[in-house]
Structures are given as C-alpha cells and as structure tokens.
Write a protein that binds this ligand. Structure first.
Ligand SMILES: [Zn+2]
Length: 240
C-alpha cells in the first residue's frame, strides 16, 4: 500500500472515530434529557426553584444578589469554577446569604466536544477550587445540558447530582427584553418549576434583562402564593 493510501486510511479511521465519539455524546444527552426527573414533577405545589447559570459575573451577580436579598428569595447558582477563583468574596456572599452553590464546569466547555482527558481535568480543577475553600458542592448542571458517559461517571465519582431544568426562557438572547421574559415566565411557570436563568455571559447585557424581569415576576409570584427554595430542598424531599 502506498504511503498516500495509508495516510488516507488513517484519516478516515480518525474521522469515523471522532464522529462516533461525538454521536455517543449526543445520544447520551438525548437519553438523559428524556429521563430528566424534573419533567415528572407534579404541578400541585406552591414551590418555585430559581436557578442561575454562567456566573459569577462581577457586575450582574451582585445586582441579582441584591434583588434576591430585598425580596427574601433563596436561589441556586450553578457557577463556573474559574469565576470562583477570581471572585472569592462574591462566592462567600452568595453562601452567607443562604443560596445553594452548584458547579457549571470550569469554563463552560461542552462535554460532547471534550476529549476524556479534558473532561477529567475540568472536573478535577473545578472541584479542587471548592475543596480549597471548604465549600461542599453537591449539584452539577452541565453547560447546555450536554452530557457524555464519562461526564456521568465523573459526577458519580465526585458525588454530584445532575440538575437540569423544566422551564427555560432563552434569557441569554441578544434581542430579548424584560417584557418578553416576563411573558414567557407567566406562560411557562407552574408549581415545582425549576427555572433556568443566567447571571453571566449572554448577549447585549442579557443578565440585566433577566434581573429586570425577575424584579417584576418575583412579587407577582409571591402574591400568587409561591415560595422559593433551593434545589437542595427539592432533591432531598422529592427526587430519589
Ligand atoms: Zn451555561
């Protein structure tokens, strides 16, 4: 066989292996989402669970914490471990004010596209940051809700439960407004909603619109008799 043919064959095998690796991640994600226990929660509850991804952000996260404090609401933050390193005081504030802190990967990498050694390192680096600060992390939300088998194994090894969501309103979109978000939240939120919102990343200062929408919706939900809890309360009581 000529060298050219050998190289061509090697390339096709590598391409096939990469495609297969990618597909395993896609299939695992679809399966995991279909099994999401939050989809099976009944709506006959007056509890809501606000969850925030992609922080901490040095500008938006303090503004959000101020709003939650003012309205006496406890929430769950799935933070990027890299931001815990650069904003230790903000993390401390979050914990002191009674919020649940979970992990959202080190720097928002997509598990489906990560090689095994990268994924392993992602968890190792992230968990070390929390360990050093003696912060117990029990919950993990994968970026984009994407998982692969190794990610599931690593969660198990680190004692992390994966938390997805049952309400999402695309609050990261650049063209969204507080009004659009309020309309979507009014339409979608029911008892036992685990609402996925964002206090970091997003386009056109998107977290500002999230905060504005919440400043309108939280008092309304309270008027309707809803109470807010962290995901820890939900998982301890309702999900095996
Ligand atoms: Zn995210």
């Amino acid at each position: 066989m000529s060298l050219k043919r050998i190289i061509k064959k090697c390339l096709s095998i590598s391409l096939f292996a990469a495609l297969l690796y990618f597909l395993v991640g896609v299939v695992t994600t679809l399966w995991y989402r279909a099994m999401n226990p939050l989809k099976r929660l009944t709506q006959d509850s007056k509890k809501l669970y606000l969850t925030f991804d992609d922080g901490m952000n040095p500008v938006y996260t303090p503004m959000l914490l101020d709003l939650l404090k003012k309205t006496d609401v406890k929430a769950s933050f799935f933070i990027l471990a890299s931001t815990a390193k650069s904003n230790p005081k903000l993390l401390q504030r979050m914990i002191e004010e009674g919020h649940q802190v979970g992990l959202h990967s080190f720097k928002h990498n997509n598990q489906i596209l990560q090689f095994p050694h990268q994924l392993k390192l992602d968890f190792e680096k992230s968990m070390r940051i929390f360990d050093e600060r003696k912060i117990e992390i029990k919950y993990f939300r994968p970026p984009w809700g994407h998982v692969r088998p190794l990610g599931l194994c690593l969660c198990k090894a680190y004692g992390l439960r994966i938390v997805l969501w049952n309400v999402i309103v695309q609050d990261w979109e650049g063209r969204t407004t507080a009004k659009i978000l309020c309309d979507k939240l009014r339409k979608k939120v029911r008892g036992n909603s685990v609402i996925c919102l964002h206090d970091g990343r997003g386009k056109n200062k998107a977290p500002l619109k999230t905060i504005e929408a919440l400043s309108i919706m939280i008092p309304k939900w309270k008027e309707e008799g809803y109470a807010f809890e962290t995901v820890d309360n939900l998982y301890k009581k309702n999900i095996k």
